[in-house]
Ligand binder design. Structure first.
Ligand SMILES: NC(=O)c1ccc[n+]([C@@H]2O[C@H](COP(=O)([O-])OP(=O)(O)OC[C@H]3O[C@@H](n4cnc5c(N)ncnc54)[C@H](OP(=O)(O)O)[C@@H]3O)[C@@H](O)[C@H]2O)c1
Ligand SMILES: C[C@@H]1O[C@H](OP(=O)(O)OP(=O)(O)OC[C@H]2O[C@@H](n3cnc4c(=O)[nH]c(N)nc43)[C@H](O)[C@@H]2O)[C@@H](O)[C@H](O)[C@@H]1O
Length: 330
């Protein structure tokens, strides 16, 4: 379908890191009829509430950026919520949109849907070719059912329902809570807090380095990181263009070890102390580098370098400390 500046676009999860970046991008591109509800206003796990909301607001296009999201430990500790809430949210959104006759739907998954030991880089066709990473298989199974629901609607009814699989994301409005966050915001916070505590403690007088920082696992796993504003551009690109297929990876196509990431963030934050690796915490998938050629062929490419993206995120962090949301597991 062709979008106009007043097309009614519903962004589920519009206050999250991803949803808010999509909202800002659409607003700056001149879209005037954006629709968003907080989870307190509309609990997407409630099917009837979702149906009533669609009936009232009559969205023409839906972007699903609402989900139960968290880092490796939260995924591992709350398997039921990560499986069930994500299935409830996405099932209600996808089926209600379909029943309402909506032709365009964008579903966001994650690179963890691919098998733990799939060949690298990960191509879309590797989906369901092997066992998943155990720390996040619950979340991954939920996301795979979302991909398949969109694919079924495309196959059976010819509607432009698209699944975008972003790699690990970071940027403004990320979750900086140390128990539930992903690695990149956790490192920003840990290095920053250690640097500030060192300045405030006597230790900085007697020793030349800052307080040590403890990170998880071995530091050897490799990860790829995409700035969330690049992802928002990819989502709007997918919104404005008719896609030929259901599943597209979204990333930079470049990765680094967790140890290299730590050294980069340490340099940007200006922390000078020791890094301790806590081997009691899980490593997760050894590597999940995206093959992004399908999206590149469609006409979209990431712009922000990792160092530039982390610098911007650290600047945002410094401005917004004290406002960080925490993941509330009910
Ligand atoms: N973060 C990453 O590294 C990453 C990587 C790959 C893919 N993704 C995907 O991107 C999407 C968004 O992730 P994010 O990082 O932006 O997460 P986030 O910051 O935690 O935001 C999630 C949003 O979902 C909403 N939500 C959660 N449960 C809800 C419910 N029961 N009813 C209504 N709304 C609910 C929240 O609404 P309220 O704020 O109103 O509570 C929040 O706005 C997810 O699909 C995720 O799988 C994220
Ligand atoms: C994008 C998401 O990524 C998640 O996987 P995944 O990259 O391992 O999740 P992260 O939590 O970002 O962890 C990535 C790697 O960083 C290590 N790490 C080191 N220090 C820390 C730390 O302080 N905090 C955190 N969180 N990690 C840390 C962690 O052990 C793991 O090897 C999945 O669980 C989700 O399902 C989803 O796919």
């Amino acid at each position: 379908m062709k979008l106009n500046s007043d097309t009614r676009i519903y962004i589920a999860g519009h206050r999250g890191m991803v949803g808010s970046a999509i909202w800002r991008k659409l607003e700056s591109d001149g879209y005037t009829h954006l629709i968003g509800k907080t989870s307190a206003e509309l609990d997407l796990r409630n099917q009837q509430a979702v149906r009533d909301f669609f009936e009232k607001e009559q969205p023409e296009v839906v972007i699903d950026a609402a989900a139960r999201v968290g880092g490796i430990l939260a995924n591992n500790e709350y398997p039921y919520q990560f499986l069930m809430e994500n299935m409830q949210i996405q099932n209600n959104l996808i089926d209600t949109a379909f029943q309402a006759g909506i032709d365009k739907f964008i579903f966001l998954g994650s690179s963890c849907i691919y098998p733990k030991l799939a060949p690298q880089p990960l191509k879309e066709e590797y989906l369901l070719t092997g066992p998943l990473e155990p720390t996040n298989e619950w979340y991954a199974v939920a996301k795979i059912t979302g991909v398949k629901a969109c694919e079924a609607i495309r196959k059976q009814f010819g509607k432009d329902y698209i699944s975008l699989m972003p790699t690990n994301l970071y940027g403004p409005f990320d979750n900086f809570d140390l128990k539930t966050s992903h690695v990149l915001p956790a490192m920003i916070r840990k290095f920053h807090d250690a640097k500030i505590s060192s300045v405030n403690s006597k230790q900085s007088v007697v020793s030349s380095g800052d307080l040590p920082v403890t990170l998880w696992g071995s530091g050897t796993p490799m990860r790829e990181f995409l700035h969330v504003e690049d992802l928002a551009e990819a989502v709007v690109f997918a919104l404005e263009n008719q896609f030929q297929d259901n599943l597209y990876n979204v990333g930079t196509g470049e990765d680094l070890t967790i140890k290299e990431l730590a050294e980069l963030i340490q340099k940007i934050v200006g922390h000078t102390g020791e890094i301790i690796w806590d081997s009691s915490k899980p490593d997760g998938t050894p590597r999940k580098l995206m093959d992004v050629s399908k999206m590149t062929d469609a006409g979209w490419k990431a712009k922000t370098s990792l160092e530039e993206g982390i610098r911007r995120t650290y600047a945002w962090f410094l401005e917004h400390q004290g406002e960080f949301k925490e993941l509330k597991i009910k």
